[in-house]
Design a protein around this ligand. Structure first.
Ligand SMILES: NC(=O)c1ccc[n+]([C@@H]2O[C@H](COP(=O)([O-])OP(=O)(O)OC[C@H]3O[C@@H](n4cnc5c(N)ncnc54)[C@H](O)[C@@H]3O)[C@@H](O)[C@H]2O)c1
Length: 312
């Protein structure tokens, strides 16, 4: 297949680029390099430095390369930025996705969209949360991701396409920039490597559904290969607390360092975990990496100086 990966110079995207090339697909990366890095990419990859908010540029790359699949990860990913600048968040996360849907329509490509589970369902959702739960996002980021998903569904109804949206939990692994909720694992590793105490905001009992990046990559490949369209949670179904993350990092290091506690940050969810029965049933996908085995890999990556081309 020929595949366009938007956001391909980013954390998850660059691992997807590697996986596609490893299995013999050809890849074009679309990335404005706002947070992405060329150093994460294989040397000879076809990279188009284009912004997804530019419809003419996007149409021209897609018409020029004629992909079968577009894996769409380019996004404004910062939840706090979405609160301070919701118009910019919507322009990138909704407007950019519409540009890709329209360009994909021109060549008959299938879109596989990186949506969110963690930032979508809100604090009243049952745990683990199934896909049919009413989304009640706590920030513009989640609202924009949901709106973009709605456009995918609309295009499927209007044009008979089979676009897919993957509602991911908190993805973690080598190549992830610190910051964001799952980036916390890399931050904790950095503190423990430096024999300094990690800082926990709140009491450390807040939970998230952490998914190792190699499992997320497999979910994108499964959705790209599937003839079905739809919306699927991509998680483990398990909650892991912040305190447990610190324990796993200390075990990876082989020594204990007690965390320090800071006041909880406003507006953060207490608990999150995704029901993943539908992805297993429809896509044949299931996460395989337990967090006790995934965190040591991140620890090793941080201890080795965070190389950009680290394997998943
Ligand atoms: N990391 C997670 O835990 C997680 C969870 C759920 C969903 N997601 C989604 O997965 C996707 C990838 O996330 P990530 O963690 O790899 O983030 P990332 O920041 O590493 O990657 C995003 C990439 O998109 C590029 N980009 C940003 N704005 C762009 C624009 N306007 N035009 C072109 N390129 C642009 C950046 O340069 C970067 O390379 C995002 O859509 C994010 O919302 C991530």
């Amino acid at each position: 297949m020929h595949v366009i990966v938007t956001g391909g110079a980013g954390f998850i995207g660059s691992h997807i680029v590697d996986a596609l090339i490893e299995r013999g697909d050809t890849v074009t990366v679309v990335d404005n390099l706002s947070s992405g890095r060329i150093a994460r990419l294989p040397a000879d990859v076809d990279l188009r430095q284009v912004d997804i908010t530019d419809p003419d540029a996007i149409t021209s790359v897609v018409a020029d390369t004629r992909p079968e699949v577009i894996v769409h990860l380019a996004a404004q990913i910062d939840v706090r930025t979405s609160v301070t600048d919701p118009a910019h968040d919507a322009a990138v996360n909704i407007g950019g996705t519409i540009n890709l849907l329209e360009a994909a329509r021109g060549v008959g490509a299938k879109l596989v969209y990186a949506s969110t589970g963690g930032a979508l369902y809100g604090q009243h959702a049952p745990l683990p949360t199934p896909e049919h739960t009413l989304p009640e996002p706590e920030a513009p980021y989640g609202t924009a991701k949901h709106c973009a998903e709605q456009y995918l569904g609309l295009f499927n109804r209007l044009y008979g396409t089979q676009h897919a949206a993957l509602r991911m939990g908190n993805i973690y692994g080598p190549r992830q920039d610190p910051g964001g909720e799952a980036g916390v694992i890399g931050i904790f590793c950095g503190r423990i490597v430096a024999t300094e105490p990690p800082t926990i905001f709140g009491d450390g009992k807040a939970t998230r559904d952490y998914v190792y990046v190699a499992d997320a990559v497999e979910a994108f490949l499964a959705a790209a290969d599937s003839e079905r369209g739809g919306v699927w949670n991509i998680g483990t179904g398990r909650e892991t607390s912040v305190l447990e993350l610190v324990e796993h990092v200390c075990r990876s290091a082989g020594y204990d360092i007690a965390p320090v506690f800071a006041p909880a940050r406003a507006g953060e969810l207490q608990h999150s975990a995704l029901d993943v029965a539908a992805a297993e049933r429809d896509l044949g996908w299931k996460a395989t990496m337990p967090i006790k085995d995934g965190i040591p890999r991140v620890y090793e990556w941080v201890a080795n100086g965070q190389p950009d081309r680290a394997r998943r």
